[in-house]
Design a protein around this ligand. Structure first.
Ligand SMILES: [Zn+2]
Length: 344
């Protein structure tokens, strides 16, 4: 049995479905949290407080003032310091529970590193803000037969789905074709309220705990959908989708892992700019310009939409979905900016 302080976790141990055996499993458990923004913050907080033995926190971004209403791990000092989110998160998490091994990873999850970053973890938890990363996680987990917890929040809405490859529907069963860049609202264009992220992160953490102690049979494959504004909560049974499966979870087709889908950003030679290739398909420039108008100054014609989205940063989007981010040579940052504003 894994060592832990029984007094510290006495209230969890008293919860009968967990008990001392469950606490020992948590202490021996290893979790990868992909993305440490609104959802990942809450997931990491809850799992570290619960005494999960190893938590790897993967994030490519730095905290900003506009993150603070919903990203529970960060404060004004973190924004001023400008440290990467994963690093700042590790400082806070270690102060909360020194018995947990926290491993911060400052990286953009990609086909080239997903195997290393998600290996040797019992469960992967989705704290990302983009479909490319989610599909990479889905394919890695399907190939490795690894359970993972998908979560998403936007506006006042949220959803959570625990995926057990081979037994439940996977993300591709649910979303056969990943949305093209600019087709979906993002937190930057549609907004989000903090409680939605707190709820989704908390449910994801509970699901991860259940996976670690082997108590996820009843909820895996059943997607929670909630709307905090309308006070609507429902669960959707996806077993019909699971019965047939999809090319990834049943057919061993891994286009994101194989590099057939998803583009790597490229620093533009001689320019303070990075080109980010589209994840899939083209982009509706008119719709994009309308949405971006809420985030910054926009100019648009039939071929390109330009927007000053952050101080010193201009993003230019072409009809094929290709984006050039000017004002940076940092590929991970440019990729983050495109994900935030274009939604790819
Ligand atoms: Zn599937």
């Amino acid at each position: 049995m894994q060592a832990f302080d029984p007094e510290r976790y006495s209230r969890q141990i008293r919860f009968a479905p967990l008990g001392a055996d469950g606490q020992a499993r948590l202490a021996a458990g290893r979790v990868a949290v992909v993305g440490c923004g609104a959802l990942g913050s809450v997931v990491a907080l809850a799992l570290v407080r619960a005494g999960v033995g190893f938590v790897r926190v993967i994030d490519r971004d730095v905290p900003e003032l506009s993150n603070l209403p919903r990203q529970a791990l960060f404060d004004e000092a973190d924004v001023a310091a400008g440290l990467p989110k994963a690093v700042a998160a590790a400082v806070h998490l270690r102060a909360i529970n020194s018995a947990v091994t926290i491993e911060p990873v400052v990286a953009d999850l990609a086909a080239a590193n997903v195997g290393d970053l998600l290996a040797a973890c019992d469960v992967v938890v989705d704290g990302t803000d983009n479909f490319e990363a989610r599909f990479l996680v889905n394919e890695f987990c399907c190939r490795a037969a690894r359970p993972w917890v998908h979560g998403g929040a936007i506006g006042a809405e949220g959803r959570v789905l625990t995926i057990v490859p081979g037994r439940t529907a996977c993300l591709r069963c649910l979303v056969p074709d990943p949305p093209a860049p600019g087709m979906l609202p993002t937190c930057e264009t549609a907004g989000i309220i903090g409680p939605a992220a707190l709820v989704v992160g908390a449910v994801e953490a509970a699901e991860a705990i259940k996976v670690l102690v082997g108590a996820h049979d009843k909820t895996a494959g059943r997607m929670l959908v909630c709307d905090l504004w309308e006070h609507v909560w429902r669960t959707i049974d996806l077993s019909v989708l699971a019965a047939t499966g999809c090319p990834t979870c049943r057919g061993g087709d891994f286009p994101w892992l194989d590099g057939r889908l998803g583009g790597r950003p490229t620093t533009l030679c001689g320019r303070d700019a990075v080109q980010v290739m589209p994840a899939a398909g083209g982009v509706d420039l008119a719709a994009l310009a309308t949405r971006l108008a809420t985030a910054g100054r926009v100019s648009a014609n039939a071929w390109i939409v330009r927007a000053c989205v952050e101080p010193g940063i201009e993003i230019a989007v072409f009809a094929d979905g290709r984006a050039i981010v000017s004002g940076t040579r940092d590929e991970a940052r440019a990729r983050g900016i495109v994900a935030k504003y274009i939604g790819a």
